[in-house]
Each structure stands twice: as C-alpha cells, then as structure tokens.
Design a protein around this ligand. Structure first.
Ligand SMILES: Nc1ncnc2c1ncn2[C@@H]1O[C@H](COP(=O)(O)OP(=O)(O)OP(=O)(O)O)[C@@H](O)[C@H]1O
Ligand SMILES: [Mg+2]
Length: 336
C-alpha cells in the first residue's frame, strides 16, 4: 500500500454548517458530524429530505465551507487546499444541469475529460464505455438540450467518472432514472469501487434499497446528525426483536383500533391503494405466534385475508426505529 493510500479517503471531525436565512431563521444543516471513510469503501448517507446529505457532500467537495470543524479528503484539507482535493475527486449531483446544451453527449464527456487533463485516447475509451453502461450510446451525437431529464442525469453520471477520480461523490445518482437504468448504474458503481482498492464512493440517497444493495456501510442521517453508522446488516440486526407482517385484505376492514385489543401487536398501519382499492395492513408484533390471533380476530370480523407475508427488516425499519417516522414521511417536529 502506498503512503497516500494509507490516508483515509475522508476524515471529517466535528463538522457543522449553519445557514442564516433571509427571514433570520437559523438552520443547522449539519451538527457535529464525525466521519472517517477508509479507501476502498462505498459508504452511503441515508436520510430524508433536508437531513443534511447534500450539505455534507458540498463541504467535502469544496463547494461550501463548514461553519465549524475540519474535513480532509484524500489527505488534503478541504478549506485550506481545495485544489488538491478537486484534482482527486469528482461529483455527480442528481438534478444538476449537465453542461452546455449546444454540445452533444460525446462532446460533453470529452470536454469534461479534457478539463481534468485526461488524454484524448483515454477520454474516447471512457466515454464509449460510460455511454454503453448508461444506455446513452444511441444518443451520443444528440445535443444535451434535446435530451430528456433522465438522459441528462445519465450524462451527469457518466461525466463524474470521465476523470477516473480516486474518490467519487454521488448525490442522489439515480434521481429520476427508470428502474433499469438505476440498476445498471448501481452495478457499475459497485464494480468500479471494487476494481481498484484505492477507489472510494460516498453516495447519498433516500432510497433505502440503493443504500442496502450498494454500500459497505450506511450512515443514517437526520436533522444534520449521524444517528447510526454501520454495515446494512449490522444496522438491521440492531433492531429490537419483533416481526413485521404485511396482510392484503379483501372487503372493507374496520379501522385498525381493533388491533389494540390483540396482545402482542406493537404497531398497526392500514393503507388503501388509490388505484386498486386493495387494503394493506402492516403490523409489527412481539412474536410470530401473535399473527395467529390476528388472523382469528379478522376471521371473526369476516374480513378475508388474501395474502400474508412476513417482511424482513429493512434500512427503513432502522430509520423508523431511530427517529420514529418513515424516510418519506414529513417531519412535523419544528426545528430546534
Ligand atoms: N443555501 C442554503 N441556505 C439556507 N438553507 C439551506 C441551504 N442549503 C441547505 N439549506 C438547509 O439545510 C438543510 C439541509 O439541506 P440539504 O440540502 O443538505 O438536505 P438533503 O439531506 O440533501 O435533502 P434532500 O434529500 O432533499 O436532497 C435543509 O433544512 C435546507 O433547507
Ligand atoms: Mg440533497
């Protein structure tokens, strides 16, 4: 291992960022974040809207200064030596405008590679490979201004890898992409980081499946704080011993109040699909045998159970356990 590759890819200590908004509201976008990411890791920041994910990425990619604390990327201080950091990293931001509308996809990728001093031959080769992976091949000679939003996002993504960075920051890399394109991108990222030991990925997402599938470790972030940081498996194992079930019900069931009278039911949430009218009941129970009692109560109420599945814990369950609400549920608690 060379001397430089022994230095962690990212080292953040006590990072905070406060925004003073026009209406004199103080927003604590990041609060005392400590984070060390060794080389070779794919780390995910998982959190709801406004959690502070992009703020952390902006600080680490030298686009924003922290209010307090210090961050080193590739061994260089982001505030004191931003150029050294920039030479070694790249950034993909979901929803970013991808370049100059007048240029074609191929021209854009070549141009950005030239900005990083990549040789013409290497740029050609990388652009072809990245266009193939993202499915942009047929659009290689189309101007950016004529691309759909999803295709522009694919250009953003491809651009981020043209410089063959040591450390790549992906802020919502699959935002607005269809299932197939997202899958191709995840497969590429996973292969890319494993191909060479010194490569590192930090990605943000609010898709728990993306974090789970791709990341060696996941930081769960909310209100600017890292609440938990571990492998997806360890995070899920940290949940209290309870089981989750999903039941699809036939007919119109009564409101979930009846579940209060079934011993062992911890939580119950009922949801009617607006399109199909099907009713789903989500339950967490202290023990699997409780579900037998639930079924007999439903039978007594003449509610048919069309389908029953036991759900394995997900990173979403971890998030709910830590903060008491789902990743996509609005936060009703006022900012402290
Ligand atoms: N330039 C800014 N001025 C004022 N407030 C800001 C600014 N940028 C971010 N914030 C606030 O900081 C907090 C964190 O925002 P950030 O963009 O980091 O969240 P995020 O986790 O990336 O969310 P999302 O999932 O929506 O992208 C939010 O409350 C946001 O409104
Ligand atoms: Mg963001």
């Amino acid at each position: 291992m060379s001397e430089r590759s022994a230095v962690p890819a990212i080292e953040a200590a006590n990072l905070s960022r406060i925004f003073e908004t026009r209406r004199e509201r103080t927003v604590h976008a990041l609060r005392n974040v400590d984070l060390t990411v060794p080389r070779g890791e794919c780390i995910g920041l998982l959190g709801p809207n406004g959690a502070g994910k992009s703020t952390l990425i902006k600080i680490l990619t030298t686009l924003l200064l922290p209010t307090t604390g210090r961050a080193m990327v590739a061994g260089f201080d982001v505030a004191r030596d931003p150029l050294s950091v920039r030479h070694r990293i790249n950034l993909v931001s979901g929803g970013d405008s991808s370049g100059y509308g007048i240029l074609t996809v191929r021209e854009t990728l070549h141009l950005f590679a030239r900005f990083y001093g990549v040789s013409r031959a290497a740029a050609h080769q990388r652009a072809d490979a990245l266009m193939e992976i993202t499915g942009l091949g047929p659009k290689a000679d189309t101007r950016l201004s004529n691309l759909s939003t999803g295709m522009k996002q694919k250009v953003n993504f491809a651009r981020g890898f043209m410089s063959d960075p040591e450390i790549v920051f992906l802020d919502e890399p699959t935002l607005g992409l269809d299932v197939e394109a997202s899958r191709a991108i995840r497969a590429f990222v996973s292969g890319w980081v494993r191909e060479r030991p010194e490569r590192t990925v930090l990605l943000t997402t609010h898709y728990m499946a993306e974090a789970d599938e791709l990341c060696d470790r996941v930081a769960i972030i909310d209100h600017g704080r890292i609440l938990a940081l571990d492998t997806p498996r360890a995070l899920k194992r940290s949940l209290p011993d309870e089981s989750s079930y999903e039941l699809h019900l036939g007919g119109t069931p009564p409101p979930t109040e009846w579940t209060h009278h079934v011993p062992g039911v911890r939580t119950a949430f009922q949801h009617t699909h607006s399109a199909t009218g099907a009713v789903e009941l989500h339950l967490t129970v202290t023990d699997d045998h409780v579900i037998g009692e639930v079924l007999s109560v439903l039978k007594g109420m003449e509610v048919r159970v069309v389908h029953l599945t036991k759900r394995e814990p997900t990173l979403e369950s971890v998030f709910v356990h830590l903060v008491g609400r789902g990743l996509d549920e609005d936060d009703v608690v006022a900012e402290a």
